[in-house]
Design a protein around this ligand. Structure first.
Ligand code: A3P
Ligand code: MG
Ligand code: MG
Length: 346
């Protein structure tokens, strides 16, 4: 945890190679009193938000990779053919065919065969973040506050909503998978694990938590299935998180009902909807992009040592347009840290 009470200073989060930040799913008893989670409680005095000016890139994931590369099944040969990135970047790629508002930029570098992808904040996203209205800031807090009502620190324990909401602390799981013909190694934040799940094997035991406005009319549900469920599906499908538990909040910010959405059943809600989304369209776009990136970024860099990794292909996309690519060297786009390159080369 970061020291409190100090002046705002760019402070990086700490890496711990263990599950100390993992929390345990602990929903309220179904036979208890009616649900009434006040998501505004504690805002802003018991809120310790992450400093969004600090861009940590792939650093924590690279640290994990460095420590575990000898245990990877398939060895260095497997890693050399893989794409390494954050789950959140893949989520953005998956929903691209349906995205009409926000573009993205992904920086790519090849090193010892492996293709590393790291998101770059677009100027528009940065401007939006800096101008984020107070209500939206509170809404962000409310999503995290919901997690606090639903999770305990120990298996079988009870949630403690009296504490601070600290978004500097997160548990991330590292997974291997493949999309199209490309092996993937990626990491994503996991909200909690269900200690009483049918299987205690990750990722089957993981649960994703979400909040949404209370929905009343069939039209509101339709819009929810078209837009929100697409994002929820894209986030949980790749890591194989089987359940998303949603808390529905009323206009006063109280969660009065919960509903579980099995990830693999989300598509059923839009299967017969002309304006719905399709998992295969998402997966095909993502696979096509990875294939394009693999064939575009040919040169393995850094070479020669001891320079830090310098060559970056920047892939950019804006709604309605094609994916474009530009080539850069060094700052500000180079993202593979020297400590990583040196340790991998040693
Ligand atoms: P909700 O999902 O309930 O909106 P995650 O769901 O991925 O675990 O993220 C936890 C919370 O972080 C979200 O809760 C939301 O409040 C906030 N959050 C995550 N990504 C965000 C984004 N791109 N913009 C705004 N808030 C975000
Ligand atoms: Mg989360
Ligand atoms: Mg969540």
């Amino acid at each position: 945890m970061e020291p409190r009470g100090t002046k705002r200073r760019a402070e990086k989060t700490e890496y711990h190679g263990d599950a100390r930040a993992l929390r345990y799913y602990s929903p309220p008893p179904t036979n208890g009193p009616g649900l009434n989670f006040d998501l505004r409680d504690g805002y802003p005095d018991r809120y310790h938000p992450r400093d969004e000016e600090v861009r940590e890139g792939l650093d924590h994931l690279l640290r994990w990779l460095l420590e575990h590369r000898d245990q990877l099944e398939g060895g260095p040969g497997w890693l050399a053919g893989a794409v390494v990135t954050w789950r959140g970047h893949l989520t953005k790629l998956l929903i691209t065919p349906y995205e009409q508002q926000e573009g993205w930029q992904l920086a790519a570098s090849r090193f010892q065969g492996t293709l590393y992808l790291s998101e770059v904040e677009t100027p528009a996203a940065r401007a939006q973040r800096l101008a984020r209205p107070p209500l939206l800031r509170q809404l962000m807090y409310m999503g995290y506050k919901f997690e606090q009502y639903m999770c305990a620190d120990k298996p079988g324990g009870s949630p403690d909503p009296s504490g601070e909401v600290n978004t500097n602390v997160a548990f991330c799981s590292v997974l291997r998978s493949r999309l199209g013909s490309y092996p993937l190694l990626f990491s994503g934040e996991v909200d909690c694990m269900a200690p009483r799940a049918a299987s205690t094997q990750p990722p089957t035991c993981y649960v994703e938590l979400k909040t949404s406005k209370e929905l009343h009319s069939p039209g509101q549900w339709r819009a929810f299935y078209r837009h929100k469920l697409l994002k929820w599906w894209a986030q949980s499908f790749l890591p194989g998180i089987p359940h998303v538990v949603a808390g529905f909040r009323n206009p006063e910010g109280f969660v009065r009902s919960l509903r579980t959405f099995p990830t693999m059943e989300m598509f059923e809600h839009v299967r017969n909807d002309r304006h719905g989304w399709s998992p295969s369209v998402c997966v095909n776009f993502c696979a096509a992009f990875l294939s394009f990136a693999q064939s575009t970024v040919v040169q393995d860099d850094p070479s020669p040592m001891p320079s830090s990794p310098r060559l970056v292909h920047l892939f950019s996309w804006e709604p309605g347009g094609p994916v474009t690519v530009s080539v850069h060297r060094d700052a500000p786009y180079a993202f593979l840290p020297t400590w990583y390159v040196e340790a991998m080369t040693a």
